[in-house]
Design a binder for this molecule. Structure first.
Ligand SMILES: Cc1cc2nc3c(=O)[nH]c(=O)nc-3n(C[C@H](O)[C@H](O)[C@H](O)COP(=O)(O)OP(=O)(O)OC[C@H]3O[C@@H](n4cnc5c(N)ncnc54)[C@H](O)[C@@H]3O)c2cc1C
Length: 484
């Protein structure tokens, strides 16, 4: 599109949505680009801020007619560049930032309807105000939006008990590429009247439609809670411990998070007021949270018994149990600080992967050996949601190595990690998604039948290929059809 045509489209968008909803000045646009990992900074042609579903629909209708590419955006906390433009000055970002209302809370039906731009933390607060829990928690929850969480099928540490975002969605309101509105907000828990289209939008990273509102599942709020940190000697012991805890605590386990000593070192350096919670240093740490909605005070005793048993069996000799909420928060703060604290170790190459839980020890062992052979001194900071097999397989540069030299080894390190993931029948994108960062990798490694079906779905929902092209699916990958 030439400069004159784009100015005309921006003028039409202004008349349609109002001045406050259309940002096109380069200085204003520059303030809105960038993302958490600092990889993508290109300016869009315009940045739209519609305030209603009807405005989203009107904007998409117009962009569809004009053949403009649309990039949906929520809180911009995505880690794979799905919310960022690929062709500078040609694509239009549609941000849901002004659609932040909780439309309805239904305490009897244990559900609520939130607009897509509503931050996750606000949904949690609305649920809590009704005496219920929205069972999704991420370190980015103050900024990440419900629309973004659904579009990425977000995970987080409660997945082990409640599942991913997919399990929390009862219905969606979606604006399609051509502007039509699909109203699926009935929020019924039973509805087998044909294909479940809602499920297709969950995890579609803005490539099939723009989610404008969601009906979400709520659960009973916990009435007893317990948090403990355990020191563990090796990964096989972590799995033994996991089995033991499951046997003793059953479905009360809400989170089981793994951290290596390297992560603890980074965090203790990064947080000036933090201290090592255990007396001795351990190669690995397991953070446990257990909750129940059943009243009483039996959970603490049940946890104490299971931890004693773990000590007797020699799988967790050293444990600290939080005595109150403040202590529990400070244990969680250690875990939540691992991501930002890695900058203490210089450049970090990050991989959000999953493998079957039982394969974790062998996978970590063989991948670390292969990496050490290729990059002597490389430091693996492998942490994450071990209970569901999701590891953040992050690699810090060897001490003293030039950061640029390490960055140049990224492709080799990726190959080693992803080859091992494939051998263990895992996933190269566990919870952050594919976006643009891993689209080539998926095209290379994905199952051709699956990729072919995904491309056909993309063509059915977005025949012109205008919704977030180049995200998830590359042009020209396996099972290719014409759309990007
Ligand atoms: C500190 C930190 C911790 C994190 N922890 C976790 C974690 O534990 N688990 C986890 O899963 N992720 C985590 N993330 C990643 C991120 O927070 C999630 O991917 C989140 O779901 C993205 O939501 P968002 O609103 O920021 O979306 P954005 O970043 O704005 O967008 C992400 C993707 O969704 C699409 N999208 C956004 N809104 C819509 C919409 N309304 N309709 C259609 N498509 C849309 C975008 O096009 C893009 O492809 C973390 C990120 C940070 C920075």
């Amino acid at each position: 599109m030439n400069g004159q045509d784009s100015a005309a489209v921006i003028g039409r968008l202004r008349r349609l949505l109002g001045d406050e909803a259309v940002i096109s000045d380069p200085a204003d646009l520059a303030e809105r680009v960038g993302e958490p990992r600092g990889r993508y900074r290109d300016l869009p042609l315009a940045y739209l801020r519609p305030a209603t579903t009807q405005q989203v629909s009107a904007a998409l209708t117009l962009c569809h007619e004009a053949g403009l590419v649309i990039v949906p955006r929520g809180g911009n906390t995505g880690l794979v560049g799905g919310q960022c433009v690929r062709s500078p000055h040609e694509e239009v970002v549609i941000s849901l930032e002004r659609m932040r209302e909780i439309r309805r809370v239904d305490a009897d039906g244990a559900s609520l309807i939130a607009e897509a731009g509503c931050p996750l933390a606000r949904v949690q607060e609305a649920a809590a105000a009704a005496g219920l829990l929205f069972p999704m928690s991420l370190a980015s929850e103050g900024t990440a939006t419900i629309g973004g969480n659904i579009a990425t099928n977000a995970g987080g540490h409660l997945t082990i008990r409640y599942g991913n975002m997919r399990q929390q969605v009862l219905g969606l309101e979606v604006v399609l590429a051509d502007g039509r509105i699909l109203d699926g907000l009935k929020g019924l828990r039973k509805d087998n009247s044909g294909y479940d289209l809602n499920q297709l939008f969950i995890g579609s990273e803005g490539t099939l439609g723009i989610i404008t509102a969601a009906s979400l599942n709520l659960v009973s709020a916990p009435r007893q809670s317990m948090t403990a940190l355990m020191g563990v000697a090796d990964l096989p012991s972590t799995l033994t411990l996991l089995r033991l805890l499951r046997r003793h605590l059953g479905e009360t386990i809400s989170a089981l998070e793994l951290m290596p000593r390297l992560a603890m070192d980074f965090v203790l350096d990064y947080l000036p007021d933090a201290h090592d919670p255990l007396v001795r240093e351990h190669p690995w740490y397991l953070l446990l949270q257990a909750d129940t909605a059943v009243a009483g005070d039996w959970l603490r005793d049940a946890c104490a018994r299971s931890l004693e048993r773990a000590a007797d069996e020699g799988v967790a000799a050293d444990t600290v149990v939080a005595g109150n909420d403040i202590q529990a928060d400070s244990l969680w703060r250690l875990r939540e600080s691992v991501s930002p604290a890695q900058k203490i170790g210089g450049v970090s190459l990050k991989h959000d992967i999953s493998v079957p839980v039982a394969a974790i020890p062998e996978f970590v062992d063989e991948t670390c050996s292969a990496l050490a052979e290729r990059v002597p001194g490389i430091r693996a900071c492998v942490f994450g949601h071990v209970g569901d097999g999701n590891l953040h397989f992050n690699l810090s540069q060897p001490e003293g190595m030039d950061p640029e030299v390490f960055r140049a080894l990224e492709a080799d390190c990726n190959r080693i990690v992803f080859d091992a993931v494939m051998r263990h029948r895992g996933s190269i994108a566990a919870e952050h998604g594919i976006g643009q960062l891993r689209a080539e990798e998926l095209a290379l490694r994905g199952d051709t039948v699956r990729l072919g079906l995904m491309r056909r779905l993309k063509s059915a929902f977005d025949p012109e290929g205008l919704l977030n092209p180049g995200k998830i699916l590359t042009k020209g990958g396996h099972g290719n059809s014409s759309c990007g």
